[in-house]
Design a protein around this ligand. Structure first.
Ligand code: S3P
Length: 174
């Protein structure tokens, strides 16, 4: 069966949201852009930092699984997946049937720069005394998870949004 949607996976700060929005605009107007984090916030009735603080990461991951299930039932969507979706195989199992899975990457330095622009408070896992150290630890732990699920990988370091979007369109062939 032809896959009808695209899922962007990758570490925090690799550009999934901004690239996803631009991709949805460029492809055609029938593509809707969504984020798993947005669905989670709607389900919980609070922000991601609040969920982590009040309910803990385990609760967040449970909501993330529910969000991936929801997403898997949609058609013609571009979804930006939270950086940790790869940690639970069931998330990928939900998504991979109908979605092209594209991995975005960036260097730790570039990731830190982008995260700091938005403020580390938005990313509870990096809201630590040494965010660079956390980025390196998490990237090391997660690298095999990201690599295992991507069909295409696009390095975003030093590239414009337009360049990244074109690369994805060419690689997927849509
Ligand atoms: C997380 C990434 C975040 C968000 C949450 C946890 C992670 O999403 O889901 O803070 O574990 O990598 P983004 O990758 O969109 O920042």
């Amino acid at each position: 069966m032809e896959k009808h949607s695209i899922a962007l996976i990758g570490f925090m700060g690799t550009g999934k949201t901004v690239v996803g929005k631009n991709l949805a605009n460029q492809l055609d107007k029938d593509y809707k852009f969504i984020e798993t984090d947005e669905i989670i916030e709607e389900m919980a009735g609070k922000s991601i930092p609040e969920i982590f603080k009040e309910d803990g990461e385990i609760r967040f991951r449970e909501l993330e699984i529910a969000a991936c299930k929801k997403v898997s039932q949609l058609k013609n969507v571009i979804v930006s997946c939270g950086g940790g979706v790869v940690l639970n195989k069931i998330n990928i199992d939900y998504i991979k049937r109908d979605f092209h899975i594209v991995l975005l990457t960036a260097t730790p330095e570039e990731i830190l720069k982008r995260i700091m622009k938005e403020g580390e408070k938005k990313r509870p896992l990096l809201d630590k005394p040494d965010p660079m150290e956390e980025i390196k630890i998490l990237l090391k732990f997660r690298s095999s998870f990201y690599g295992a699920h991507a069909v295409f990988t696009v390095d975003t370091t030093g590239k414009s949004i337009d360049e990244i979007v074109s690369e994805i369109i060419i690689k997927i062939g849509i």
